[in-house]
Design a protein around this ligand. Sequence first.
Ligand SMILES: Cc1cc2nc3c(=O)[nH]c(=O)nc-3n(C[C@H](O)[C@H](O)[C@H](O)COP(=O)(O)O)c2cc1C
Length: 173
Amino acid sequence: MKILMISGTYNRQSRTWLMLEEARKHCDTYDVETEIVELCDYAITVGQKDTSHQISELVEKINESEAIIFSTPNYQGSISGLLKVAIDHIPERGLKNKSVGLISVSGGIGNMSQPLSHLRDIVSSLEGLAVATNIACHSDDFIRDEEGKSSISNEKILERVKDMVEELYRHTK
Ligand SMILES: Cc1cc2nc3c(=O)[nH]c(=O)nc-3n(C[C@H](O)[C@H](O)[C@H](O)COP(=O)(O)O)c2cc1C
């Protein structure tokens, strides 16, 4: 079984990615192969005419995975444009029979759940099955050490990441 984790931020190894790193740790408990894709490493163009190697590779990674976790920063009350552009390359019914975990990382608490509802609709339109345990977190759920390295400080968020991985595993095995 493979879980593909897709980070939709433009910032390398930032909070959106950190949430996936935490999920990956829990996957080690199960017999699950994992991979984190950072979309900022991909040259993705708008529209579906992009037949580049990177896009084919991304779609292939999705096809080969039984479960996906999308982690997105909250941009203007929604998912990042980068993630949406990447998702637009997934073919029709491209998430059929795949279990999907959803994570959003916001700057504040104002509109934290909106990216999750938008993602849930997108996943459903691609015939994926979003699991119930989704995660909306924000900047106060993280701390930064003196060297500027961030980590998740909210125990409830850590617990919820564990629950999400457990639910994905249960749905998929
Ligand atoms: C263009 C842009 C729009 C944003 N819009 C929102 C927003 O609507 N609500 C919010 O809570 N945070 C917003 N933020 C803050 C980000 O969600 C927050 O900084 C998040 O941690 C970014 O994820 P990252 O650290 O993984 O890159 C926005 C940031 C940017 C750059």
